[in-house]
Design a protein around this ligand. Structure first.
Ligand SMILES: Cc1cc2nc3c(=O)[nH]c(=O)nc-3n(C[C@H](O)[C@H](O)[C@H](O)COP(=O)(O)OP(=O)(O)OC[C@H]3O[C@@H](n4cnc5c(N)ncnc54)[C@H](O)[C@@H]3O)c2cc1C
Length: 388
């Protein structure tokens, strides 16, 4: 057990968590923990929640034998603190992936990412879930010559890959057209392709409620402190509220995985990311609505991402240039109760500074929050920035 990797108390409040219902956020199926379950799922984010959704559809599964354990309130990890962007990477990593996995392998990753959009749409429509889901197009803007060249070169290599089935979805535009489509003055090139955005917390809560209606058990504010495999093949799961024995154990703890399984220390590294919600500072003025979602690359991996919400506000994440100098404050860190120096200021006047359709519009970043991502080694992370 490594308690230093457990989620912390009092996380920053994300815009998404304004939909939190006090009663459900601390839901417990029973006052006491059960002593046994067939399957224990640790974590109530995208991974744990969607896993249980599909598990309960399996033949012969007794929903009440499935128990989800969550360290904090319902879905309070990265899923409730992200950018709400459903964005496949259809080209930018193609050369890297091809070099590593060959053309077939690179195509498999790209096709898999692309297939998620349809799968998400299908799930949301089938279950009739209100989560502000919008299917749209992503617009990637590249503002640094290195990033522009990398984008063009990756695009060209991707369209030559015979195994990429979604290549026709990607369109590249240059010069004036790129500026008009992207609405970013300094953009010599832009690439657009199908993407989506949604309110991730609402989607997860809706699925969890459906699972609970079927009988699934959920215990919030119950951090798992350790797990052990017993001689008979079952697992002993120790929590701060007692011990449970189960036949199947699913660990969906993302950045916090070393809190449950110490062997993942240094393999899945928690890093702190920053996001914001930007809207009109004048309640009588409607924002100049953008039609695309965005990836804005200043160079290499030093980029921001942005979604345009159906109410006209935007969610912007990134600020990596401000984060990067503070390695000790974001790398290997699970503390999402604070921000990183200068990141709040980074979002001041953000839209005015980038989009000419927002010039002169009164904007305010009314929410800025942090969240913890599961990441890799420092050398990998730093190599992305070496591109900048
Ligand atoms: C700032 C930020 C912006 C992002 N932007 C985007 C984006 O726009 N688009 C996108 O696709 N992705 C984005 N991501 C990444 C995305 O949010 C994650 O990949 C995704 O949410 C991971 O889901 P998960 O279920 O694996 O993890 P999480 O949502 O983190 O869920 C893990 C859960 O496990 C619980 N847990 C952890 N340890 C324990 C324990 N010991 N006992 C019990 N429970 C435990 C946690 O409390 C948490 O609720 C972003 C992430 C961040 C932080």
């Amino acid at each position: 057990m490594s308690s230093k990797y457990l989620p912390v108390e009092n996380p920053t409040k994300s815009f998404w968590l304004t939909a939190e219902e006090e009663e459900f956020s601390t839901y417990r199926s029973s006052p006491e923990l059960p002593s046994e379950a067939d399957t224990i799922v640790i974590g109530s984010g995208y991974a744990g929640t969607t896993f249980t959704y599909f598990l309960l559809k399996e033949q012969g599964i007794n929903p009440s034998s499935v128990l989800m354990l969550e360290a904090r309130n319902v879905c309070s990890g990265a899923t409730a603190r992200n950018g709400g962007h459903l964005k496949p990477d259809l080209y930018y990593a193609h050369e890297k992936f091809s070099a590593k996995y060959g053309a077939k392998g690179a195509a498999e990753i790209i096709n898999f990412e692309h297939a998620h959009l349809e799968a998400m749409k299908e799930l949301i429509e089938k279950e009739e879930i209100e989560c502000d889901f919008v299917l749209t197009r992503a617009c990637d803007v590249h503002l640094h010559p290195k990033s522009v060249n990398a984008a063009i070169s990756n695009y060209k290599s991707m369209i030559k890959n015979p195994y990429v089935t979604c290549k026709k979805d990607v369109q590249i535009k240059f010069g004036e057209e790129a500026k008009i489509i992207s609405k970013v003055e300094g953009s010599p090139v832009c690439l657009t392709y199908t993407a989506g955005h949604l309110w991730p917390y609402k989607l997860m809560v809706a699925i969890l409620k459906k699972n609970i209606e079927k009988g699934m058990q959920l215990q919030t504010n119950t951090p798992v402190l350790s797990t052990a495999k017993l001689a008979d093949g079952r697992y002993l799961v120790k929590t701060n509220r007692g011990e449970i024995i189960c036949k199947n154990l699913v660990i969906a703890t993302n950045a916090y995985t070393a809190s449950v399984e110490p062997k993942f220390e240094g393999k899945i590294v928690p890093i702190k990311g920053i996001c914001s919600h930007i809207t009109s500072s004048d309640p009588n003025l409607k924002t100049p609505h953008l039609t695309n979602t965005y990836g804005i690359r200043y160079g290499g991996a030093d980029g921001d991402y942005l979604i345009n919400r159906p109410d006209g506000s935007v969610i912007v994440g990134g600020a990596k240039r401000h984060i990067f100098p503070f390695k000790q404050l974001f790398y290997g860190v699970v503390d999402d109760s604070t921000l990183i120096p200068n990141t709040k200021e980074y979002f001041n006047n953000y839209m005015n500074d980038r989009f000419y359709t927002w010039k002169g519009f009164p904007e305010v970043a009314d929410y800025v929050w942090s969240g913890i991502l599961g990441w890799f080694s420092w050398s990998w992370y730093a190599s992305c920035f070496a591109l900048c």
